[in-house]
Design a protein around this ligand. Sequence first.
Ligand code: NAD
Ligand code: ZN
Length: 358
Amino acid sequence: MKFRNFKMVDYVVFGRGAFDQLDEILAPRRKGDAPMIFFTDHFFQDKPAFAARIPLRGKDKIVYIDVTDEPKTKYVDKVRDELKAEFGEVSGIIGIGGGSVMDMAKAVALMMTNPGSSADYQGWDLVKVAGVYKVGIPTLSGTGAEVSRTCVLTGPTRKLGMNSDFTPFDQIVLDPDLIKGAPVNQQFYTAMDCYIHCIESLQGTYLNAFSRSYGEEALRLCQEIFLHKDKWDDDADEKLMMASYAGGMSIAYSQVGVAHAVSYGLSYLLGTKHGIGNCIVFDKLEEYYPEGVKEFKQMVKKHNIEIPQHITKDLTDEQFNKMIDVSLGMAPLWENALGKDWKEIMTREKLRALYEQL
Ligand code: NAD
Ligand code: ZN
């Protein structure tokens, strides 16, 4: 097919307090006494007031998801095996958290019905059977994981998502109240993931009017929140939540670029998290995104954020080579950023020099 025909999220609810509508949203999706499983970010483990708002019925269960590390295929398989052993079938999986928990929810929902290990499905369109019903509820905004057709997993040989038409959520609940009060640095790193999605999409060679419309709007929202506001307020939560949504929609029809391709290498080798890793890389990308990087530095300064420096200074040649391999493996990202002849532009030497600056 010449033009991409992509599957989107089926239902979206947006509004402050929308989370309290969850019971009503789930009711028609319950299958007999098969439970709904609420994957909840471990940040909420010692917050009983939050757990009390989760609409448990019958055999429903809250499973706290440990996101100390970004999701691994092994963790997905383990949680799937445990759910199968305990319940046989479930009615659905609801992921309440940042990008990591939302990706876990997507992955486990798919693996409830697809045989084998989640590592077998890392790639494009390898998932052949619909998973169980799944809902995404962000408590951090920026990744766009709430709208994307992937769930990023680190497997035995690579970090790659399960990209498929079965991967998007059936329902998302966007409640700006839930992102209120996240730690300032974390919120910034995750929000910058959105900002970087916009810059990479808008300056990419894959850009079309669909991507541009969403990308420009998300960019405008990010600028409003991080450059033009004097303090964080309710309006900022709402705008950030919509920026993440629009940023995700923008890359649905285009691709990310240099920052993501380089940051994937850091993440694979050093376990650097997605948001902060993108910031570490983007900070050094004046050559590719001059205006975006200039504005990014203004936002960092205004919000007193620390971007780690010199994280690659003690690495060996072998380690640099591993990162370069992982990064150059992301062909569509490089092609979007630099065009069809990207291999002539981004040589191993040039990429090594970039990694050495980080
Ligand atoms: P995250 O989900 O990894 O969470 C970061 C930290 O914030 C964790 O310690 C978590 O416990 C905490 N946290 C979450 N919500 C909080 C809240 N309301 N208050 C306080 N702390 C809170 O962070 P993220 O940046 O949202 O997600 C990054 C992940 O998303 C990575 O695993 C990345 O691979 C993935 N990702 C996926 C997509 C996609 O399209 N599927 C796109 C980009 C990134
Ligand atoms: Zn990203």
